[in-house]
Design a protein around this ligand. Structure first.
Ligand code: SF4
Ligand code: MG
Length: 337
């Protein structure tokens, strides 16, 4: 079947930051040719270090930042280039949940008004039905009806995130984009909110783009995972394949920091410490942009850009080890830089 959301070669470019004593001010390609598809009912996890372009990708898809190129098709309809009025209507189908509940809950507004806002914009229900719908939404996210007449600050962090979700689903969207939506919560509250998301997905067929730096949470909720580094997807595939047999050295390093349950251990769980900091995104290294930190780097990596090619088992990987030589599993490790 056709994907619900199809993102092709998405680019988001920012004007160069003004920095004294820096001569060549290059534009910053925060998202540099990102493609992925999301099918109805599935959850795609998007992972990578902070600053890799995960959030900017999400914002570009929703046009909260304006992409400089590419295509975003929602249910077959191109979003880039839509006039503001059409875009507002299209946003009914794709809603965003942020880490900070106050990005969508106005602290000075009663819960009733915050949740009622998208209903007013997209559904325009008569008064009684509107109130009924808000009560149902609160129930759906596990909050009592009297939450309606309270303010966001009267709730705990986990409850506030439930309110945010209620608001996000108020006009029956098809997709939720969750950007670090549970990252600020303690572990048990995180688990409860994840459980709620899973219930909602089963009950109303929601589709999720789940962005997080916490890989164990991503592993739990995602059907497929995409890994970003410096504005590009370097690997993607079914969650089990990516976690159990990462094909990209960057994925391998990210995962080496995550504790895994004993039966899952199929490879050495040596902790890989990445050499150096991530490069300045305005000065992307030539060739493979990961080569400055990769312990497998070969000569070809410094000059040739690796393209995404099929990865063993599922998905794709962009690494010369998989096109020009042995796979990661068969590779002897060079000394760390
Ligand atoms: Fe490492 Fe080369 Fe693969 Fe890049 S292409 S991840 S530098 S081995
Ligand atoms: Mg972010």
């Amino acid at each position: 079947s056709a994907p619900l959301l199809e993102v092709t070669d998405l680019r988001v470019t920012f004007a160069p930051r003004r920095a004294p004593f820096r001569r060549a001010a290059a534009p910053l390609h925060a998202v540099d040719g990102v493609s992925f598809a999301l099918h109805a009912g599935e959850t795609l996890g998007l992972v990578g270090e902070s600053g890799c372009g995960k959030s900017t990708t999400a914002r570009g898809v929703l046009r909260l930042v304006e992409p400089s190129g590419g295509s975003v098709r929602l249910d077959g309809r191109e979003l880039l280039g839509l006039a503001p009025k059409e875009l507002r209507a299209a946003r009914r189908d794709i809603q965003m949940v942020f880490q900070d509940p106050y990005s969508s809950l106005d602290p000075s507004m009663l819960v009733r008004e915050s949740i009622g806002e998208p209903i007013d914009v997209h559904l325009r229900l008569p008064r009684a039905e509107r109130t009924e719908r808000i009560a149902q939404l609160l129930q759906r996210v596990g909050l009592p009806p009297d939450a309606m007449t309270r303010y966001p600050h009267e709730f705990s962090g986990g409850q506030r995130q439930r309110l945010t979700i209620a608001r996000a689903i108020a006009a029956d969207p098809k997709i939720l984009v969750l950007d670090e939506a549970v990252s600020a919560l303690d572990v048990s509250t995180q688990n409860q909110v994840i459980e709620l998301l899973e219930e909602l997905s089963a009950a109303i067929g929601l589709t999720y783009l789940f962005i997080a730096h916490d890989l164990s949470v991503v592993r739990h909720i995602s059907d497929r995972v995409a890994v970003m580094y410096l504005g590009q997807i370097v690997e993607h595939g079914e969650t089990a394949r990516v976690f159990d047999a990462p094909a990209h050295p960057y994925t391998e390093a990210l995962l080496s920091a995550v504790p895994v349950p004993a039966p899952d251990v199929q490879r050495s769980r040596e902790r890989i410490v990445l050499a150096g900091d991530p490069p300045d995104p305005a000065q992307v290294p030539p060739g493979c942009r990961f080569h400055t930190r990769c312990r497998y780097a070969m000569d070809v990596c410094r000059t040739e850009v690796p393209r995404l090619t099929p990865a063993q088992g599922s998905g794709e990987v962009a690494c010369h080890l998989h096109t020009a030589g042995p796979t990661l599993a068969g590779m002897s490790v060079r000394t760390l830089a």
